[in-house]
Design a protein around this ligand. Structure first.
Ligand code: TYC
Length: 100
C-alpha cells in the first residue's frame, strides 16, 4: 500500500466507511397537476421555481427523475412527506427511493 509522511504502512482497505446514499425518485402519472408537482419540489426539495419546473417536466417527459440524494433516514422522510401531501390533495403522485 501507500506510505504516509511518517513512513508507516497504510492499509488500502482501512478507508473511512461512508453511509450508503439513496436516490429519491418522482414518478409520472396522467392526473397529478403540473403545478402541484412544482409546489412539492419547491417546498420539500428546496428547489427554485425554475429548477422545480425543469425537474417536473423531466418526470413528465421521461417517466421518472431523481429529485435528490440523501441518507436513508432523510430519503424515507422525504418520500413520506411527498406521499402525505399527495394523499391529502387526493393526487396519485408516487415517490420512491432506491440505493445509489
Ligand atoms: N403528467 C402530469 C400531467 O400531465 C404532470 C406530472 C409531472 C405528474 C410529474 C407527476 O411526477 C409527476 N398533469
Amino acid at each position: 500500500g501507500h506510505r504516509d509522511e511518517t513512513d508507516l504502512a497504510v492499509k488500502p482497505r482501512a478507508k473511512t466507511q461512508r453511509p450508503p446514499m439513496y436516490k429519491v425518485l418522482l414518478l409520472n402519472d396522467d392526473f397529478t397537476p403540473m403545478e402541484f408537482v412544482v409546489h412539492v419540489l419547491e417546498r420539500l426539495f428546496a428547489m427554485s421555481h425554475a429548477q422545480a419546473i425543469e425537474i417536473m417536466l423531466t418526470v413528465h417527459r421521461r417517466g421518472v427523475a431523481v429529485v435528490g440524494v440523501f441518507s436513508h433516514e432523510i430519503a424515507e422522510t422525504k418520500v413520506a412527506q411527498v406521499m402525505e401531501l399527495a394523499r391529502r390533495q387526493q393526487h396519485p403522485l408516487q415517490c420512491t427511493m432506491e440505493k445509489e
